[in-house]
Design a protein around this ligand. Structure first.
Ligand code: FDP
Length: 336
């Protein structure tokens, strides 16, 4: 009789089992996801110790977007870059924290390109609120030197995407374009185990996530849409509750599991929106679509945006497909 405890399937076992479905696969995608898991564990360890070793707070610098850089932003960025650079799987990276494309020397370059936000929701760090790393994976296009077109491409070309949330537990969610699967870190043995398979987004929203204090800057359709959602009443049994953390990745994760719509419209302050196409919107949009949901910039799919710059921004509406379609309808009606 075996006395081994069955902890279940690890992240590496799961990605390797997927790889066996593709006879031509060389194992590099599986290795890359395993390495992303390693980076996630290293970042999670730092996040957990942050208060103890005084790495809360700002570095005193601002990043390429003019935002305050938190010490943990810098640590997460450097950790992710270091692990992926040594992985042998990656030719180039784009990070929220870096001006330019990060190239990997040809001797150690691999077949993938990764765009990432090392620590999303960083204005929440000092309050011990959930934050996370978001990543998008593309197959390298160029053969010799890395080109900007390896990185500046529409999200529909992603071959994988995911995020790691550092919350009450550390979870890693990823899609390979077939299913969305969730792994939870067991801190006692330092391993991610599969805890939810083939996640599907609930068909209609029960939750509404947006920053309502931006109302003075909203485009004309937003207030009527929000009123319309709030007017779903008890008689319809579809009352909606407000849930907004202010960490996109954590808001998205909760909405994915529980059914919610997240909105961040392009508003009068910039006319282009706040959230970044390459490493925030694209990976979450890919996950949303594979889970049966949708993501729009108002006039079309997030995944069809052709980015011009590494740090391009957009409006984002992401959640159940019916709710995203309803927002697009409001936008059409108010711009006619
Ligand atoms: P943060 O500025 O704290 O890093 O894009 C980053 C982001 O957080 C998202 O995670 C979050 O949803 C959004 O910005 C919050 O912006 P507002 O404060 O303007 O609502």
């Amino acid at each position: 009789m075996s006395l081994a405890v069955d902890f279940g399937v690890t992240l590496t076992q799961h990605v390797l089992s997927r790889q066996s479905r593709f006879p031509e696969a060389r194992g590099q995608f599986s290795a890359l996801l395993t390495q992303i898991g390693v980076a996630g564990k290293l970042i999670a360890a730092q996040v957990r110790r942050a208060g103890l070793i005084e790495i809360w707070g700002a570095t005193g610098e601002t990043n390429v977007q003019g935002e305050t850089v938190q010490k943990l932003d810098r640590i997460a960025n450097d950790t992710f870059i270091d692990v992926l650079r040594r992985s042998g799987c990656v030719a180039a990276m784009a990070s929220e924290e870096e001006h330019e494309v990060i190239e990997v020397p040809p001797e150690t370059a691999g077949g993938y390109v990764v765009a990432f936000d090392p620590l999303d929701g960083s204005s929440n760090i000092d309050a011990n609120v959930s934050i996370g790393t978001i990543f998008a994976i593309y197959q390298r296009r160029s053969e010799d030197e890395v080109l900007r077109s390896d990185v500046l491409r529409p999200g529909r070309e992603q071959v994988g995407a995911g995020y790691i949330i550092y919350g009450p537990s550390t979870v890693l969610v990823y899609t390979d374009g077939q299913t969305v699967d969730l792994f939870t870190l067991d801190p006692s043995c330092g391993e991610f185990f599969l805890t939810r398979e083939n996640i599907k987004m609930p068909a209609r929203s029960k939750l509404l996530s947006l920053n309502e204090s931006n109302e003075p800057y909203w485009p004309a359709w937003t207030r009527p849409y929000v009123d319309h959602v709030k007017s779903r009443n008890d008689a319809e049994k579809r009352r909606v509750s407000s849930r907004h953390i202010g960490s996109l990745v954590a808001d998205f994760h909760r909405n994915l599991l529980m059914g919610g719509i997240f909105l961040y419209p392009a508003d009068a302050r910039t006319n282009v929106g706040k959230l970044r196409v390459l490493y925030e919107c694209n990976p979450l949009a890919f996950i949303a679509e594979v889970a049966g949901g949708a993501a729009s910039f108002g006039q079309g799919r997030i995944l069809d945006i052709e980015p011009k710059g590494l740090h391009d921004r957009t409006g984002l509406f992401i959640g159940p497909a019916a709710d995203v379609a309803e927002i697009e309808e409001f936008i059409r009606r108010y711009s006619a």
